[in-house]
Design a protein around this ligand. Structure first.
Ligand SMILES: *Cc1c(COP(=O)(O)O)cnc(C)c1O
Length: 458
């Protein structure tokens, strides 16, 4: 038996315990246990270091949340400063300093109609809260016949049951179907347009909006709202919408008196080139959900922003029991909010968004080179988010079990680039602070890795 008091925990012991005790998310553990895996020990800027001291560029921002780099002195200081005051105090009926300041800051930087902030810990919860609030809003107004949401095929809003119900990625969601609530579904905009018009275009946007209008015409009295990711279906493989689609959805929602829930969990905090994608289409939804980059990738925190109108429907005397009966133990955690405030300060002080613009252009330019590779079926980009879809030379997808995306990612690791694909879509979601040379290294390595893995294939 290992005695932690007497023996040192070596890398070999950690590797063994990892396989023995730790069940990893979104991971086939049978395969994981047969492979060598990355165990990270520390980070610095865009670099991560594993147990053996090997260095990797974090080209997926540690699952799309890191913004200003790892181990950032200012974020560390903000955290330590708060830690020396208090780590956590409940916000159920009481408050704390960083949670108040962050709420004000979030209201200031989001579209004008959003004036209230409800905290949670992960993107899925932020969406779950938006769904419950939207339903409950009509319930409090006495409109109890409203039970359904309109959702998009290929949507991803997280993994709790409500978030899965409004999601639509077959491979993630299929098994849970009997547990999910019913929704009305629009086709996935990207694939619908690609199939019908070969590209995203104005006509296709109009077709999609007409489909939405048909559902609303028939069912609006039973509809609570429309849920969608902002600008791009990220987890489905980086699938952007046609320009103006979100604006059109907003107009229809208003026209038919249903609520609009926009998920900015992936796109928020600069990923698309503006702080939030909704700014690019001048959309102000009834709910906007935030997560991932909100703490710069430091701590689990999420937020559901909503309007005065929604908030007011929950006001009443205590005995009327109209309040929102929802909360989590760590809602509005002091440490997470303190680091989120500093994350915003860094955006402001370091001009993160203006420095990002040339990097987005550079990414667009360099992505074009990937068309040279015969296995590149599609290249998609929105701001600093990008996906390169790999298929066989004849355009058919590789069999799922071949794990081509993972093989390419593992190959890239050999040269110190950390990637995690979505199926066979190679995702690039680099920290916003990455330097051009570092971006070039990521892109060169990815191109090399694709060739290495696929040159034997036809
Ligand atoms: C990642 C993601 C979520 C889920 O967030 P978690 O923090 O993983 O629960 C929800 N929506 C979108 C668009 C996401 O990309």
């Amino acid at each position: 038996m290992f005695d932690p008091l007497k023996e040192e925990i070596t890398p070999e012991i950690l590797e063994r315990w990892d396989k023995e005790y730790f069940w990893h998310p979104f991971t086939q553990m049978k395969v994981y246990r047969e492979e060598d895996n990355l165990i990270f020990e520390r980070g610095e800027g865009v670099y991560l270091y594993d147990l053996h001291g090997r260095k990797y560029i974090d080209a997926i921002s540690s699952l799309w949340c890191n913004v200003h780099g790892h181990n950032h002195p200012r974020l560390n200081n903000a955290l330590v400063k708060q830690l020396c005051k208090v780590a956590h105090t409940t916000t159920l009926g009481s408050s704390n300093v960083p949670a108040i300041i962050l709420a004000k800051r979030l209201v200031d930087i989001t579209p004008e109609c959003l004036t209230k902030v409800f905290y949670s810990e992960d993107g899925a919860e932020a969406n779950e809260i938006a769904l419950k609030m939207a339903y409950h809003y009509f319930y409090n107004k006495g409109e109890k016949e409203r039970k359904y949401f309109i959702t998009l095929s290929n949507a991803y809003h997280g993994d709790t049951i409500g978030a899965v119900s409004v999601g639509g990625i077959e491979i993630f969601h299929e098994a849970y179907k009997p547990l999910l609530f019913k929704t009305f579904k629009l086709p996935s905009p990207y694939w619908y347009c690609k199939e019908k018009y070969g590209q995203l275009c104005e006509e296709c946007k109009e077709d999609l909006l007409n489909l939405l209008k048909e559902i609303l015409d028939k069912h609006h009295k039973e509809i609570i709202g429309i849920t969608l990711e902002s600008g791009i279906q990220a987890a489905a493989g980086m699938l952007p919408y046609p320009k103006g689609f979100m604006k059109g959805v907003e107009q229809l929602a208003k026209q038919y008196g249903v609520l609009l829930i926009v998920d900015e969990v992936a796109t928020g905090f600069g990923r698309t080139g503006t702080m939030f994608y909704v700014e690019q289409e001048e959309v102000c939804p009834d709910f906007m959900t935030l997560g991932k980059g909100i703490t710069g990738g430091y701590l689990p925190l999420a937020a559901t922003l909503t309007t005065e109108e929604i908030f007011n429907a929950f006001l009443g005397e205590f005995g009327e029991a109209k309040h929102f009966y929802h909360g989590h133990t760590y809602t509005g955690n002091n440490l997470a909010c303190a680091v989120a405030i500093e994350n915003l300060n860094i955006f402001r002080d370091e001009n993160t968004l203006s420095l990002l613009q040339p990097k987005i252009k550079h990414l667009t330019e360099r992505l074009k080179e990937f068309w040279e590779l015969p296995w590149v079926y599609d290249i998609r980009q929105l701001g600093f988010m990008a996906g390169i879809e790999l298929r066989k030379k004849n355009g058919e997808p590789f069999p799922y079990g071949e794990r081509i995306g993972f093989k390419v990612a593992y190959k890239a690791r050999e040269k110190g680039v950390f990637l995690r694909p979505l199926g066979d879509v190679m995702v690039l979601m680099m920290p916003l602070v990455i330097k051009t040379e570092e971006m070039n290294y990521v892109l060169d390595t990815l191109k090399w890795a694709i060739k290495e893995v696929l040159q034997k294939e036809d």
